[in-house]
Design a protein around this ligand. Structure first.
Ligand code: AMP
Ligand code: MG
Length: 375
């Protein structure tokens, strides 16, 4: 922590952006130090980059007066602890977390769960229903099947996909007030599509409670911003080009909001030379391939995280499902490098300070398309 805490140097916007693009693979937040007061009272953005949180890159930023360095250090440290706390409860891959215990439990056993885990499970079920089943944390056996298929470099046979799908569905899980019960031994859940967003919300809440004037939590592209950026302006949030690693495709301007991007380029399994997304279509049991990337803005990172995963499955028709929901806005990019198109809700368009470039500009680009993209 000590060695990582650093005021962000007053570089220009572009270089700050590039520094953080490398850090946050999916999207980045641009931060700059701007003095708005006298000595010691200027607002400063302090950055901290914890290692090994939720198996992804993580960056925390707290805005405080320059003379509140120790206070900012405490806020960043407690925010990091909040992230690790969520991982320690909700990872399906770490032994004896609340979630791992639930997944390992036999049918009929009442598994006590903390209010935090219950909140994420309830929201998961709500988004499952609202997305027509596209967001489905019970696809865990399919997630494992496709991960193994990548390791073995072998496509699963149809029966394996059917068996994995049938092994775990929402029908096989009952949520009680502060516990959950499985109706089958095989039912299990994976919160990989929502827990990072929830963790970002918790970490931001910690920094707010400790009086930070503004802040950013970025866990692998699941971003929550609050309060002011240095200088008092909204936070500019860059959206990475899904086809070119070193390019920004658009920029949002956000105050108190969350933005999450789901994209195939970041995590996929290679099978027989073809990239298969880490996001599974619960209907087919196969990895999705409809979109290159989905970016969602929502009041909470938990909702933005869940809906970005859901819309990766649904594709452009899914935009109709969020139209009526307050505060949930989205942009989908489909196609291939140089031949892509973009669709977004009217509310998303209003939040853009730099809109996406037209494909014609892409054709003139000299960068090499990234390796391993799905299409
Ligand atoms: P994200 O990167 O937020 O889109 O989440 C993807 C992760 O969520 C995957 O790595 C799986 O752990 C899990 N997942 C895959 N497919 C789904 C799905 N259809 N609904 C919910 N979670 C999923
Ligand atoms: Mg997600």
């Amino acid at each position: 922590m000590e060695s990582n805490l650093q005021p962000i140097t007053p570089t220009g916007r572009r270089s700050a952006a590039l520094a953080l693009v490398t850090l946050a693979v999916v999207a980045s937040v641009v931060v700059a130090l701007i003095k708005i007061g006298g000595s010691g009272t200027e607002l400063t953005a302090f950055a901290h980059r914890p290692e090994g949180v939720m198996s992804t890159q993580c960056s925390l930023t707290a805005v405080a007066r320059a003379d509140q360095r120790e206070h900012a250090r405490k806020a960043l440290s407690e925010a990091e602890a909040a992230l690790r706390d969520i991982e320690g409860r909700m990872s399906a891959y770490i032994a004896r977390t609340e979630l791992a215990n639930f997944n390992a439990a036999k049918a009929g056993v009442k598994c006590p769960l903390s209010p935090l885990t219950m909140e994420v499970l309830r929201t998961s079920r709500e988004v499952h229903l609202a997305s027509g089943g596209a967001f489905d944390i019970t696809v865990f056996p399919l997630v494992k099947l496709w991960k193994q298929a990548g390791k073995d470099n072998r496509l699963p046979v149809a029966q394996e996909v059917v068996d994995a799908r049938n092994a775990s569905t929402w029908d096989q899980i009952e949520l009680l007030d502060s516990a959950a019960v499985k109706r089958t031994d095989t039912a299990c859940v994976d919160l990989g599509g929502i827990a990072k967003g929830f963790a970002a919300d918790r970490a931001a809440a910690v920094m707010m409670a400790l009086g930070m004037r503004g802040g950013v939590v970025d866990i692998g592209g699941n971003i929550r911003v609050f309060g002011v950026a240095p200088g008092g302006s909204p936070w500019p949030v860059d959206i990475q080009d899904p086809f070119y690693e070193d390019k920004i495709i658009a920029t949002l301007s956000l105050s108190d909001a969350a933005v999450c991007t789901s994209a195939h380029y970041n995590r996929f399994s290679m099978i027989n030379g073809k990239a298969y997304s880490h996001i599974i279509d619960p209907n087919t049991g196969w990895p999705t391939g409809a979109v290159a990337s989905v970016t969602v803005v929502a009041p909470t990172a938990m909702l933005a995280d869940a809906w970005s995963t859901a819309l990766s499955v649904l594709g452009p028709p899914g935009l109709d499902r969020i139209g009526g929901k307050t505060g949930v806005e989205a942009m989908l990019i489909t196609g291939t490098a140089g031949r892509w198109s973009v669709q977004m809700t009217p509310g998303f368009e209003k939040l853009l300070s730099v809109p996406p470039h037209p494909p014609a500009a892409e054709r003139r680009a000299t960068s090499q398309p990234r390796a391993g993209r799905t299409r």
